[in-house]
Design a protein around this ligand. Structure first.
Ligand SMILES: *[C@@H]1O[C@H](CO)[C@@H](O)[C@H](O)[C@H]1NC(C)=O
Ligand SMILES: *[C@@H]1O[C@H](CO)[C@@H](O)[C@H](O)[C@H]1NC(C)=O
Ligand SMILES: *[C@@H]1O[C@H](CO)[C@@H](O)[C@H](O)[C@H]1NC(C)=O
Ligand SMILES: *[C@@H]1O[C@H](CO)[C@@H](O)[C@H](O)[C@H]1NC(C)=O
Ligand SMILES: *[C@@H]1O[C@H](CO)[C@@H](O)[C@H](O)[C@H]1NC(C)=O
Ligand SMILES: *[C@@H]1O[C@H](CO)[C@@H](O)[C@H](O)[C@H]1NC(C)=O
Ligand SMILES: *[C@@H]1O[C@H](CO)[C@@H](O)[C@H](O)[C@H]1NC(C)=O
Ligand SMILES: *[C@@H]1O[C@H](CO)[C@@H](O)[C@H](O)[C@H]1NC(C)=O
Ligand SMILES: *[C@@H]1O[C@H](CO)[C@@H](O)[C@H](O)[C@H]1NC(C)=O
Ligand SMILES: *[C@@H]1O[C@H](CO)[C@@H](O)[C@H](O)[C@H]1NC(C)=O
Ligand SMILES: *[C@@H]1O[C@H](CO)[C@@H](O)[C@H](O)[C@H]1NC(C)=O
Length: 335
């Protein structure tokens, strides 16, 4: 009897609860709240070279017709705020945290400065966010750890800003697929909790001041395709578990102080690898004899290390390679 099926009772209860939750959320705020939030943003713009917001974000028209704004078809609340490439300067007001239906916050390639207001993510009002792109601005301060409490978050791009401090270790609570903190001033250790982000496909931490070892928990990132750690102060070996991540396409460890050697059998487990960049570190040992089994390699850069022994003969079989750097090691032989 379906009526008494506990599973159905639970599912129904869940549906009723989620409906009530969205009604409560919708009842405590409305489109006027969204309008206030966007007008607060407009007020915080100090430079608008094409006058786009100045002219277009007018009180006399519905915010859903404003440039850079998309509203939900049913609830008519703001779901997308995309003002990337508008050339704007300004700061981010806390009121943006009131856009409770926001899924996409994209302000990349502008000149926003200042820090991220604590209120922005703190109260969990932005609980539908999927994508946050703040890349190529001049934002500073630390990352509020509250951003990682947003369980719907899939992409977080903070590339090329002036953020500093440590990467929060509460990072594990969301389902991130892409995380870029590259080209900032992050310091401290890479939190091992990043290894809990098992949906992660792309991890960009290059050009920061990160120190310590690469956590062996990265070996849990079974979907990882791109791992770029270039230009930090990392030391110790590359955890062997990383060479078992069969989805890996690109690895860049250039300009660190990493040590240890490449596992002889590495290509058995990472056949899709296209980029292997390890220059300017302190790697030792031999270049794997069977490196040519990584048939998809396009770039191999091992220069400025302490690799020794002979250059594997079969390296010439890597027909897709268009950049091969082996110089400044203790290698013998020819290619
Ligand atoms: C939004 O709610 C406020 C009070 O909470 C109310 O004054 C206003 O009329 C509402 N606006 C709309 C468009 O429903
Ligand atoms: C704002 O820009 C949008 C998209 O370009 C346009 O459809 C709308 O009419 C503009 N509104 C005003 C008030 O200029
Ligand atoms: C935002 O707009 C830019 C330019 O119109 C576009 O290239 C980009 O894909 C958009 N971003 C998102 C997340 O939709
Ligand atoms: C929106 O955000 C501001 C600042 O965080 C807050 O003072 C205000 O009460 C919020 N709520 C509404 C409904 O605008
Ligand atoms: C969060 O939403 C509540 C109402 O749902 C509002 O009172 C509060 O001011 C909001 N805070 C921020 C920072 O968005
Ligand atoms: C964004 O801006 C940066 C810095 O001005 C530039 O290097 C980059 O190419 C821009 N991104 C795109 C996709 O145009
Ligand atoms: C996250 O990782 C840490 C250390 O790797 C572990 O102790 C913890 O249980 C994990 N948390 C979750 C929620 O998976
Ligand atoms: C890598 O995977 C192979 C095959 O599944 C296994 O034998 C080996 O122990 C793994 N190595 C590491 C370092 O996890
Ligand atoms: C490699 O090790 C030597 C000797 O300890 C050190 O002087 C050098 O700076 C190291 N190179 C890198 C890139 O870490
Ligand atoms: C290299 O591959 C050959 C087969 O192609 C295998 O016999 C040999 O054991 C491998 N050597 C290493 C060091 O992995
Ligand atoms: C590399 O090419 C040589 C000559 O064509 C061939 O004998 C050898 O088996 C190839 N090695 C691999 C690993 O494919």
């Amino acid at each position: 009897m379906a009526k008494n099926n506990p599973l159905i009772v639970i599912i129904t209860a869940f549906l009723v609860l989620s409906l009530m939750f969205s009604l409560v959320k919708a009842a405590s705020t409305n489109i006027t709240t969204d309008q206030h939030a966007l007008l607060a943003l407009k007020d915080h713009i100090t430079y608008d070279p094409t006058n786009r917001l100045a002219q277009n974000w007018s009180r006399s028209s519905s915010i859903c017709t404003w440039i850079g704004i998309t509203c939900g078809v049913h609830h008519h609340r703001v779901t997308v705020l995309n003002i990337s490439y508008f050339g704007l300067a300004g700061t981010l007001p806390p009121q943006l945290g009131n856009l409770s239906f926001l899924q996409v916050l994209a302000i990349g390639n502008n000149s926003f400065s200042g820090s991220l207001p604590d209120e922005l993510f703190f109260l969990g009002n932005l609980s539908s966010l999927r994508l946050v792109d703040l890349s190529y601005n001049q934002l500073s301060g630390t990352i509020p750890s509250s951003i990682f409490q947003i369980s719907s978050l899939e992409r977080l791009d903070l590339t090329s800003n002036m953020f500093d401090g440590q990467i929060p270790s509460t990072i594990s609570k969301c389902q991130l697929q892409m995380l870029s903190l590259s080209d900032n001033h992050f310091t401290g250790y890479i939190p091992k909790e990043i290894g809990n982000l098992t949906m992660l496909k792309e991890l960009y931490l290059y050009i920061n001041e990160l120190q310590g070892e690469i956590p062996h928990e990265f070996g849990n990132l079974a979907k990882l395709e791109v791992l770029l750690l270039r230009k930090n102060n990392l030391m110790g070996p590359i955890p062997s578990t990383i060479f078992n991540l069969s989805s890996l396409i690109s690895m860049d460890f250039t300009y660190n102080s990493l040590t240890g050697n490449l596992p002889p059998e590495m290509c058995q487990y990472i056949p899709a690898l296209q980029v292997l960049a390890m220059s300017v570190n302190n790697f030792t040992g031999r270049i794997p004899v069977n490196l040519s089994r990584c048939r998809n390699l396009r770039l191999v850069s091992l220069s400025y290390n302490q690799f020794e022994g002979s250059i594997p003969r079969d390296i010439g079989n890597l027909t897709l390679v268009n950049q091969l750097f082996l110089g400044y090691n203790n290698l013998k032989g020819t290619v």
